[in-house]
Design a protein around this ligand. Structure first.
Ligand code: 4AD
Ligand code: MG
Length: 464
């Protein structure tokens, strides 16, 4: 049984075995005590070594921080007044893997986030990263539960794609060509690389978003969502950008922008509540040691109706504050993180959904409003992070979409199938993308995206 199961059951048991890693050990004259953790929860199991119960003389010196062991013994109630309820009286110990305490890199003295990033293979053994990874697992479960409970189908969109959904040109090329042997690369008459000789017969990339294929699936299944890795080759070294991140993208036929915003708000609240209800002990670690405001933030996220703010009204709020911003705001400017955070943290003091942005700063697929100037895009902004969700109602009118693609200099031929969706039984539809790592930052209070994923992919780091 795992430590979690044992402590939760809380009943006395004879002759069991528990396996895990030693956290600490201390010796008194008559006993030794060790704390054992097996990753199943934040709680350790206290183990008592009493010379009356067995001969531990040879093994005790090897029970050092980091060693892995199997302990055989009886689970008993701790004496009244002890900080834990149950403890294990050891009868026999097997060392599974020794750990040299002089060399083990994960020591109490060296636990800065920066240092632990260089030890990403060992940091799952620490309290903080163990808690983060357990919450991450539970949050992923909450995502699936939410959509399943609400009649959505889980679909899988391709990782390798020929289209740039966001049109931002931030794509990693996916190639089967051997780039280490330049002389071998196929060339056209003009000497350029000949992608028709590629495995797929064309140039391909790692996807930045599953949205375009998600739209095709929603226009057959009604309500779908994706939950998978997406990739951005942007060289932004910030606390909230990764080159590889997980995105959740629901897409719904017959939903308009209003319905989309409603869903995004309900979804964020629901998965936050799920974590609050199911990850108490791990959350407590973050509330105590990482962000003392965490519980207040989560209350703010789950308990208020989110502010809805049209872009034009946001500009009216922001313009008089231009003195405090690096990028000055005027109508037409793409709002940056500093502006988003001002609206959420200083002005409304709660999550805010910003909608109807100028068509030039929205993506090509966003539905044009009747004013001809703005599009039905929306961003859900939260404290500390800024943009958590980006979404829109999609342009479902063939002629308007073709015109917009021309404005964005997108070649309609490569999007023939996307345009087909507007040719045959086109329907209003909407969707959004939520960055899973940013959601993790929100629920844990962890301030750097490098610390909410086990093995972050950020500029300069593809170790592990
Ligand atoms: O706003 P974005 O670029 O929107 C899309 O990709 C749409 N196709 C989504 C859709 O409508 N189906 O990205 C969506 C979200 C952002 O709000 C942010 O939370 C996250 O993905 N995100 C990133 N997270 C980490 N690192 C990055 N580099 C990110 N870029 C976007
Ligand atoms: Mg966005």
């Amino acid at each position: 049984m795992t430590v979690k199961e044992l402590l939760r059951a809380g009943v006395v048991r004879k002759d069991l075995v528990v396996k895990g890693w030693i956290k600490t050990k201390r010796d008194s004259k008559t006993f030794s005590f060790a704390e054992l953790n097996d990753g199943s929860s934040r709680e350790n199991l206290q183990i008592i070594f009493d010379a009356k119960d067995g001969d531990f003389g040879a093994v005790l010196p090897r029970l050092v921080t980091g060693a892995s062991v199997a302990v055989y013994g009886d689970l008993i109630e701790s004496p009244a007044g002890a900080k834990q309820k149950m403890e294990l009286r050891a009868k026999r110990v097997e060392i599974c893997g020794d750990c040299d305490p002089e060399k083990f890199p994960i020591q109490k003295k060296q636990t800065s986030d920066e240092f632990l990033r260089t030890m990403a293979h060992l940091r799952p053994r620490t309290n903080k990263y163990g808690a983060m990874l357990r919450i991450r697992s539970e949050l992923a479960f909450a995502v699936h539960k939410y959509f399943r409970d609400n009649g959505f189908f889980y679909v899988h969109t391709p990782i390798i794609t020929a289209s740039d959904c966001e049109g931002a040109g931030e794509m990693f090329t996916a190639t089967s060509l051997d780039l280490s042997n330049l002389a071998s690369l196929p060339r056209t008459d003009k000497g350029e690389l000949d992608f028709s000789k590629e495995l797929f017969g064309k140039k391909t990339y790692l996807t930045v978003s599953g949205q375009l294929e998600g739209e095709a699936l929603a226009l057959g299944l009604g309500k779908i969502y994706t939950f998978g890795p997406t990739f951005r080759a942007e060289n932004s070294n910030t606390y909230r950008h990764c080159a590889e991140f997980w995105q959740i993208e629901p897409e719904m036929a017959f939903y308009e922008l209003e319905d989309d915003m409603e869903l995004a708000e309900d979804f964020v609240k629901s998965i936050t509540r799920h974590v609050l209800e199911n990850c108490r002990s791990d959350l407590d670690l973050f509330a105590r040691f990482v962000d003392t405001e965490l519980m207040a933030t989560l209350k703010n996220v789950t308990e208020h109706k989110y502010e809805r703010l049209a872009y034009t009204d946001a500009v009216k709020i922001l313009e008089p504050e231009n003195g405090r911003f690096e990028t000055k705001v005027s109508w037409g400017v793409d709002l940056a993180s500093e502006h988003e955070r001002f609206l959420v943290e200083n002005y409304f003091k709660k999550p805010t959904i910003l909608y109807n942005k100028p068509k030039e700063v929205g993506a090509f697929y966003m539905k044009l409003n009747d004013d001809g100037k703005t599009v039905r895009g929306m961003d859900l902004l939260v404290p500390r992070i800024g943009e958590l969700v980006g979404g829109s109602e999609r342009e479902n009118r063939l002629d308007v979409l073709e015109k917009k693609m021309a404005d964005f200099k997108i070649n309609p031929e490569s999007y023939w199938w996307y345009l087909d969706l507007r040719r045959y039984g086109s329907a209003p539809h909407s969707g959004f993308g939520l960055g899973f790592e940013r959601m993790m930052m929100l629920v844990t209070g962890i301030s750097n995206i490098r610390d909410v994923t086990a093995f972050p992919r950020v500029p300069g780091c593809a170790e592990f």
